[in-house]
Design a protein around this ligand. Structure first.
Ligand code: GLC
Length: 806
């Protein structure tokens, strides 16, 4: 069974059956103000931080049928013919399906770029609700159109409802006396409109949450107990208070605060539409919100904001649009993948249906650095600012903290503090920034960035150091932080959080990442004409390469670690985890593997790790807890890092294959995890087919194929890079745009448009001989050029490039 379809023309995925196996979500707004909306209208909204400034109460673990954060009720006179107000029974239903679970004639949830639109038809009423945060605003807007699609006049009441949480989201669940004693709501009359305000107790600041609409409300409720009624034996599916003509107008001075406004929309004639707009926001005082409230009561502002949002996405996506023979590839690369990259850039791994946005996790240095790599072309300036922020969590010694809270800007070492008997740093965190710095300069040509000052986490020296210095310190830290084989020490972990070997263990992943970062940096120094310095780092690369080649080859693949006592991990001699994906792919990405070993290592990946649902991280899975290895052994075999299909490293295999010239295999790896490919197996896969997930259970697990942890995963950024920069081969370099595709041999070619440094490149790639790779001929504006690096002539705004492979 499938639960929806892709509507590429409207850049939407359309859910047509609300009973999805898990809640499917979409993001609105940004971390400045926003959150996610599920496909049944529930929403988790926060301002600047989901841990310390959360607004709506959304409990992911509660059943899908439950009210979560927000909903909308419609109320009609009962089918028995009694009219509203006769104190008879009302027919009450939610056009979002949840929480009343009514039968529907039509249900559609359109997952759009920056908005979700839920359309339903129930009991003769069509409802269209567009939920979004206008760009730059700090307010969630719900634009609700209620249409009578029956042949009879219908009298309709509309009651939008939301439930507040204490802003300290974790505290909400730690004390059921103190928290409710601090929650207070009031109603303020603003001309003909009602504004419900709620004062959450805040340590840092006094703020006010507000909820209002563009139509007069005849009554309101702020106390959940009163709304549900019957001492809360009334339910969200059937709130007792909605059987009364009016709500109780209670201003709650404690308790579980909600905001509900009852609007009598009146009698709608057949075909007639009523438009109700609600807004939920937060400001320091209600006065501060006045202007904004007025703006968003106006339907014209809403239409304008939706239009502006569409234009924002036009510009964002127009940076790269492709037309290949594969419709699913096009849909993913043109729409959904860049949308997901935009989302991971905002939310890191902090807030999703799976990442609960509680506690210290915040913004991850490693994770967000990789996210930046997926958005640099679309948003170079925003990327630069964010990158500077990440670099400010680097320590003077070159290593970096693991994560920070976006509101308090406090950094910490993350889970590496979990075990007293393990080192308290990750060996990879600081190196990812090097890839970002070089990628940013390749995109923009802005070498002056290297001189900009960024402070270290210690804020000593106060003025900080140049970006260039940050890069050198990062590389030097790893160069010096080595173990018995001269390979980088593992620290608490490398990219794989869950392999936590005893102190003294060495990581091949960190060694390879260091190699890749070195090569990027060497290219930059060469570009800057600093050849002598480049030579020094070339030496460092050669030094590490020889250590890897000398110590880390197992015969058919590379090891992944050396344990503290020198035992290889990721060897055919091990009982579990004999081969690890990252050990092979990154040996290619680093430039350390010789061509023969590179090919053999990648063939071993195909032979031992590939499955029809994606490539496994390692095999076989550990079977039972073993503190010597750490977190990886807490999962059953086939789950997550323990031999599961961990999707984030899959694109590294695609990239490695393109480096080796095998476009067929790279494309096979790409297509088998393209979310669009999961649309027809949702009963197995369960999660959103319009974004990548973090993990899928692998073949050692009885639920092989089940996906989890959708949306916030490095899979997004890396699949985007793999698909666009390596398979299509369109890559920014210091001196121009490289077009060096490595495509499936069956393709006749493809077309693409890429905006690079202000110039639009219209690219046509022809593949008459059906090869994977090899640029034979290049015409730029009809003129033949040598090589695959394209430079636009000074002053041109648009360039036609025709590439023939052969
Ligand atoms: C999670 C973490 C990421 C880590 C990966 C592998 O996705 O967010 O930082 O690299 O797991 O352990």
């Amino acid at each position: 069974m499938n639960y929806g379809y892709f509507d590429d023309a409207n850049r939407e995925y359309v859910i047509t059956n609300p009973r999805t196996p898990t809640k499917w979500i979409n993001y609105i707004g940004t971390l400045q103000f926003g959150g996610f909306v599920d496909h049944t209208g529930g929403a988790l909204i926060c301002k600047q931080d989901p841990t310390f400034n959360r607004i709506t109460k959304y409990i992911q673990q509660m059943p899908s049928s439950d009210f979560k954060g927000e909903t909308l009720y419609l109320r009609l006179p009962s089918p028995s013919g009694r009219r509203a107000g006769d104190d008879g029974e009302y027919l009450i239903f939610s056009p979002f399906f949840v929480p009343t679970l009514d039968a529907y004639d039509k249900y559609e949830c359109r997952i759009g770029l920056g908005y979700t639109c839920i359309i339903s038809e129930m009991h003769g009423v069509r409802t269209e609700v567009t939920i979004f945060v206008p760009t730059g605003a700090t307010v969630e807007v719900r634009d609700i159109k209620v249409i009578n699609v029956s042949d009879e006049p219908i009298e309709v009441d509309a009651i939008p409802v939301l439930e507040y949480t204490h802003p300290d989201a974790l505290k909400q669940f730690t004390n059921a006396d103190w928290i409710p004693q601090t929650m207070q709501s009031k109603a303020v009359q603003d001309g003909e409109y009602t504004v419900l305000i709620q004062y959450p107790f805040m340590y840092r600041d006094i703020k006010v949450n507000y909820f209002t609409s563009n139509l007069p409300a005849s009554s309101f409720e702020t106390d959940r107990r009163k709304f549900l009624g019957d001492n809360e034996y009334g339910t969200w599916a059937n709130p007792v208070s909605l059987q009364n003509k009016e709500l109780s107008n209670t201003q709650a001075f404690r308790g579980d605060n909600i905001a509900a406004l009852l609007h009598h929309l009146g009698t709608l004639q057949p075909g007639e539409t009523k438009r109700l707009i609600t807004q939920l926001g937060q400001e320091h005082t209600l006065d501060d919100a006045k202007q904004s409230i007025e703006t968003w009561r106006n339907p014209k502002s809403i239409d304008g904001a939706l239009d502006a949002m569409k234009k924002y996405w036009d510009a964002y996506l127009n940076v790269l649009q492709v037309e290949t023979p594969d419709a699913a590839f096009n849909s993913t690369v043109n729409i959904h993948n860049p949308h997901q990259c935009h989302t991971t850039r905002q939310w890191s791994r902090y807030l999703s249906y799976y990442q609960l946005g509680l506690g210290a996790r915040g913004i991850g240095i490693r994770d967000s650095s990789q996210d930046i790599l997926g958005v640099i072309a679309n948003d170079p300036h925003g990327s630069k600012d964010f990158l500077k922020q990440l670099l400010s969590f680097q320590k003077q010694n070159g290593s970096a903290l693991h994560q920070f809270n976006p509101l308090t800007l406090e950094g910490n070492e993350g889970d590496s503090l979990e075990r007293g008997d393990r080192p308290h740093y990750y060996s990879d965190d600081h190196l990812w920034g090097v890839l970002c710095v070089t990628a940013y300069i390749k995109e923009t040509g802005d070498t002056a960035f290297l001189d900009e000052k960024v402070h270290f986490y210690e804020k000593d020296p106060v003025e900080g150091a140049s970006v260039l210095d940050h890069v050198k310190r990062a590389l030097s830290f790893t160069r010096n932080d080595t173990g018995t084989h001269g390979l980088p020490l593992l620290g608490f972990a490398d990219w794989n959080d869950t392999i936590n070997l005893a102190k003294g263990a060495e990581s091949l992943f960190t060694s390879h990442l260091y190699g890749r970062a070195l090569n990027e940096f060497i290219d930059l120094l060469d570009h800057l004409g600093k050849t002598d310095e480049a030579d020094e780092w070339r030496e460092a690369h050669a030094e590490m390469k020889s250590r890897v080649e000398e110590h880390a080859w197992d015969g058919e693949w590379y090891f992944m670690y050396f344990d503290h006592d020198g035992t290889p991990v990721g060897s055919h001699k091990n009982q579990y985890g004999q081969i690890h994906l990252n050990g092979q792919t990154w040996a290619v990405l680093s430039g350390f593997a010789s061509p023969e070993r590179a090919r053999q290592a990648m063939d071993s990946v195909y032979k031992h790790l590939n499955t029809k649902h994606g490539i496994k991280l390692s095999t076989p899975g550990f079977n039972g807890f073993d503190p010597n290895y750490g977190g990886v052994t807490t999962y059953p075999p086939g789950a997550k890092e323990n031999g599961g299909i961990f999707l984030h490293p899959n694109p590294w295999a695609m990239i490695a294959e393109t480096m080796l010239g095998d476009g067929d295999r790279a494309y096979e790896y790409y297509s088998q995890i393209n979310p669009a490919a999961k649309n027809d197996i949702i009963d197995l896969y369960e999660i959103e087919p319009y974004v990548y997930a973090q993990n899928i259970l692998a073949d050692e697990h009885p639920q092989f194929g089940l996906g989890r942890n959708s949306w916030l995963s490095g899979t997004a950024s890396w699949c985007y890079q793999a698909g666009t920069q390596w398979i299509l081969g369109i890559r920014a370099e210091y001196d121009g745009l490289r077009i060096d595709p490595c495509i499936p041999s069956k393709w006749d070619g493809f077309k693409a448009t890429r905006v690079y440094r202000g110039v639009k490149y219209n690219i046509t790639v022809n593949n008459p001989k059906h090869v994977c790779k090899g640029v034979e001929n290049v015409l730029v504006n009809g003129r033949q050029v040598t090589g695959s690096l394209i430079r636009a002539d000074e002053g041109l705004r648009e360039v036609n490039v025709e590439v023939t492979l052969g």
